[in-house]
Write a protein that binds this ligand. Structure first.
Ligand code: AMP
Ligand code: ZN
Length: 484
């Protein structure tokens, strides 16, 4: 597989460090509020990467943090702790907020078929790890104490900027609301490893440390958690593009200074989901959550489909119209799969192997999900029996996770029930995948005529369709058609 590495700015062949395991780390959510669907775009695409690695036969161990302390309003270590802000907003304790929004996050993930990582670790569980790393960084001169806090000294590094060459403008820099210069810092980009003093003395969570009672900075959390569960090296580290600077840049600085060697091989960054008027936000404009999509009648999996239709390194514009189009296309896809006959002979292993290889060819190219989605249509058009098509769809869906067969089977059952009771939805499926409103209307008229026992009219419409070169097959709960 070739994967784009943000650290080298090119696609590189993916070769794991160890033959028996792929070590993957993902920056998790800051649980002070619901995740917006932009955050969830990152988690969907990371989920696909993990599942694709498993599809290729790798044994993946994936670790994710839950940030429940230390992430300040600005990624540059200023402002109030986001968790404390959340707690004040809702008149609850920080731990109550953390529990509530962690559960809400995993509920959203479940609705979007995002697998739970093998290890999910709250930042507040690993204070000893951070203290161990910070102690060594101080001993080796990479860190210094000032004004009660411990800072990482970026001037000690030969190369600090990894993802951009001294140009923050190149990147979607993490949020910087209300940035104020911290006079304790020796260099502009130095960052806090441990806080004992902050303007916000009411910080709820504090721990004892060699430098006084305080709490960790946000960046050290990911280094500490990753090393606790995955050891001294990583194959892949993921996150949204806004995490590249300063968060991931700082993670590399402190981890490699601590370890004395290279830490992560591949840095994978997911581009942002934006609204037409710019950045997605939890505080401004419409707060786009999975629950909001559901309230408006969208299937969360249609949102996953929408995400997969675009490559993860391209920014994606969200609009209700775009989501409508994705949902419609998804519904049509499911209707076509529902028209496949489940017990249609034996699976043809040669065809199955051929299409699996085609899918791998697409996805091997930097997880090309738009082409992966196109493969679904190619499978439907393949010259093989329905059992083989269903087997292939199931194979591919272990990666794309769109619940294809499950949804198709449920639709077929609904249609069958509706047909039995004589009412409800009547599914019309274009077998070549190109719906035609006029044809569909005639087919529906014929169904209505049959229902009204006007068989002469029903036959007349069938003849009319035949004259147009259209072959019609009645199926439970609907009809399918194709041009012959
Ligand atoms: P947070 O909960 O703010 O720490 O962010 C969780 C994840 O979502 C991180 O990997 C961010 O980089 C990512 N993220 C934030 N905003 C967006 C967005 N608009 N589109 C895609 N990913 C995002
Ligand atoms: Zn992180």
């Amino acid at each position: 597989m070739y994967l784009y590495n943000s650290a080298s700015h090119k696609k590189e062949e993916f070769v794991p460090n160890h033959p028996d395991i792929v070590k993957m780390y993902t920056c998790g959510p800051t649980v002070y509020h619901y995740a917006h669907i932009g955050n969830l775009r990152s988690y969907i695409m990371e989920d696909v990467l993990e599942k694709y690695l498993r599809f290729l036969g790798y044994n993946v161990k994936r670790v994710m943090n839950i940030t429940d302390v230390g992430h300040l309003s600005s990624d540059a270590d200023t402002g109030e702790d986001k968790m404390l802000k959340g707690a004040k907003r809702e008149h609850k304790s920080v731990m109550e907020i953390a529990r509530f929004y962690t559960d809400a996050f995993f509920d959203d993930c479940r609705k979007l078929n995002i697998k739970r990582p093998d290890v999910v670790e709250p930042a507040t569980n690993c204070i000893d790890e951070y203290i161990k790393i910070i102690t060594k960084l101080l001993d080796t001169g990479y860190a210094y104490q000032a004004g009660g806090n411990v800072y990482f000294d970026t001037s000690k590094l030969k190369r600090y900027y990894i993802f951009n060459d001294h140009n923050e403008e190149d990147l979607a820099v993490g949020v910087r609301e209300g940035v104020e210069e911290d006079a304790n810092k020796r260099n502009k980009n130095d960052f806090v490893l441990w806080f004992t003093k902050s303007k916000f003395e009411d910080q709820a969570l504090k721990w004892d440390s060699p430098w006084g009672v305080g709490y960790p900075g946000w960046h050290i959390e990911c280094s500490g958690i990753s090393m606790k569960h995955l050891g001294e090296d990583l194959d892949i580290h993921c996150g949204g593009i806004d995490n590249a600077f300063p968060h991931h840049t700082n993670e590399i600085a402190q981890s490699e200074s601590y370890l004395g060697h290279k830490w992560t091989n591949f840095w994978v960054h997911v581009a942002h989901l934006n609204t037409a008027d710019g950045k997605m936000s939890k505080s401004k404009g419409e707060f786009l959550t999975v629950s909001l999509l559901e309230e408006k009648g969208y299937d969360p999996i249609a949102y996953r489909f929408f995400c997969l239709q675009s490559h993860y390194r391209k920014s994606l514009v969200f609009s209700w119209e775009n989501l409508d189009n994705a949902q419609k296309a998804f519904e049509k896809l499911i209707a076509r799969i529902a028209a496949l006959k489940p017990d249609d002979g034996a699976v043809d292993d040669t065809v199955r192997a051929e299409y699996r290889a085609k899918f791998i060819q697409q996805m091997d190219n930097d997880v090309n999900t738009p082409n992966g989605v196109t493969m679904l249509y190619d499978i439907l058009k393949a010259k093989t029996n329905d059992a083989t098509k269903r087997a292939l769809l199931a194979d591919v869906d272990t990666v794309l996770s769109l619940s294809l067969l499950e949804k198709a089977d449920a639709l077929r059952e609904r249609n069958a029930k509706a047909a039995q009771s004589g009412g409800g939805e009547f599914a019309v499926v274009a077998e070549d995948g190109e719906p035609d409103a006029a044809v569909e209307e005639l087919i529906r008229k014929r169904a209505a005529a049959k229902k009204a026992k006007d068989f002469a009219e029903a036959d007349r419409i069938r003849d009319e369709l035949k004259a147009q070169g259209i072959e019609l097959t009645d199926v439970p709960g609907g009809a399918k058609w194709k041009r012959v």
